[in-house]
Design a protein around this ligand. Structure first.
Ligand code: C5P
Length: 232
């Protein structure tokens, strides 16, 4: 299984993406989230593929099973590396999602991940506001097991939960971890944050890094700092 740094392209439009990626010698693994996809649509995927980028399409689908299945059937034609649904949508919804992502000839390139608890949610908010009366680790592990038993390849969780998820779901179960900050940077809206080094030591397969790279004075240097902390 590959280990890599995925840059969250949380930009408003393709012009900003091109200005940013123009700094890089080799096309990085990138994440396209809601704001960019809603602004540009499928053309942003075609564009990034032409540039040679691997893509995580992060639309965090969560709806009735049939709707998610149909959305995934559309995404199956994009041939991206990863896409995702919310595990909170239930195991039934995840089964449907996987069916939608599998093409009529039985082939499936895109690996499906489940969002467990967002890294912007801390345990207190989860318990008080979402009324989930458990430790956050337990809910992440329970969602991870549901995802695994539904046939998904992995989950998105915080770096703090990655090793435990691996011990429960197996080494091959992919852990993708956002909420990454260098020890010397700010949290912004994220809560369960950790450094690339911590993520490496605690079992993350892929780290997702947005603002620590995109807002850095030297984004390429920040990317290489992530690569060297995470991969070496
Ligand atoms: O800028 P920052 O590094 O905080 O960006 C993190 C990225 O990862 C955002 O695009 C966000 O949508 C995404 N993400 C997250 N937490 C999750 C899943 C995805 O922060 N659980």
């Amino acid at each position: 299984m590959g280990k890599d740094v995925i840059i969250a392209l949380d930009f408003d439009n393709v012009a900003q993406v091109d200005a940013f990626l123009g700094n890089f010698k080799k096309p990085p693994f990138v994440k396209v989230g809601m704001e960019l996809f809603y602004a540009e649509g499928k053309s942003i995927i075609t564009h990034l593929k032409k540039l040679g980028c691997k893509i995580f399409l992060d639309l965090k689908c969560h709806d009735i099973p049939n709707t998610v299945k149909k959305a995934m059937a559309v995404i199956s034609d994009f041939d991206v590396e990863f896409t995702d649904v919310h595990a909170a949508g239930t195991s039934n919804m995840m089964h449907y999602a996987l069916e939608g992502l599998t093409k009529t000839n039985g082939a499936r390139k895109t690996k499906l991940l489940a969002i467990t608890q967002l890294t912007s949610t801390d345990e207190e908010t989860m318990q008080k506001e979402l009324l989930i009366d458990k430790p956050i680790m337990d809910t992440v592990l329970s969602y991870a097991l549901n995802a695994k038993n539904s046939g998904l390849e992995g989950i998105v969780c915080s770096p703090y939960e990655a090793a435990k998820v691996k011990s429960v779901c197996g080494e091959d179960f992919i852990t993708v971890t956002p909420g990454i900050r260098f020890d010397d940077s700010t949290k912004a809206d994220q809560k369960r944050i950790a450094s690339p080094t911590y993520a490496k030591l605690n079992g993350s397969d892929y780290i997702v890094v947005g603002r620590s790279i995109t807002l850095a004075a030297d984004p390429v240097a920040a990317y290489h700092r992530c690569l060297s902390e995470f991969l070496t």
